[in-house]
Design a protein around this ligand. Sequence first.
Ligand code: GAR
Length: 210
Amino acid sequence: MLRVVVMVSGGGTNLQAIIDGVENGTITNTEIVGVISNNKNAYALERAEKHGIPGECISPKEFDSRAAFNETLLARVNHYQPDLIVLAGFLVVIPAEMIQSYPNRIINIHPSLIPSFCGTGYYGLKVHEAALARGVKVVGATVHFVDEGTDTGPIILQKAVSVEQGDTPEVLQRRVMEQAEWVIMPRAIDLIANGKVTVENGKTSIKYSE
Ligand code: GAR
């Protein structure tokens, strides 16, 4: 069983897609062992509780320094002994020590087709605002391994979504979630849980057998 810790900041719809995937069998060999939020009001924590998954808040606001926050965050993650850490809308920069402790064992969902609309400052609705401002016709989402850069790690899965006439950032965000994020995040976890993703020279290979 792949032991997964999911890290969240907000609504937790990607967390919900993972919970549903584990419960309905589209994600196999996987157990969600904990949910960590940096925001005590995140609805994601309620989603975890409803499904009997241990959840906790570790907020930078409750620490005197970033270093103290980072140390506790890593200690709490380590406590769950995860095989995989999933950043599902976690809007805090991951400490370098965590990335070094879990090489190619941290994945992130980003709401664009990387390398478009990614990197520092591109998160949440801002990504969709930028895509509409640029007038692109195709957007999408990416699941990637986390390295020390921002949205620079090896890409695991991507899925494209059409922009439609009259889209607002909110409408586009919802379509990207429904058509891409909630599909590729569970799929990526299932592939990893079944040993089908390998990383070499900064790129992934996926074994699609069966
Ligand atoms: C998702 O759209 C996710 O792709 C994005 O935050 C949202 C979280 O929604 N993540 C980023 O922008 C990371 N750079 P959720 O809490 O409903 O899953």
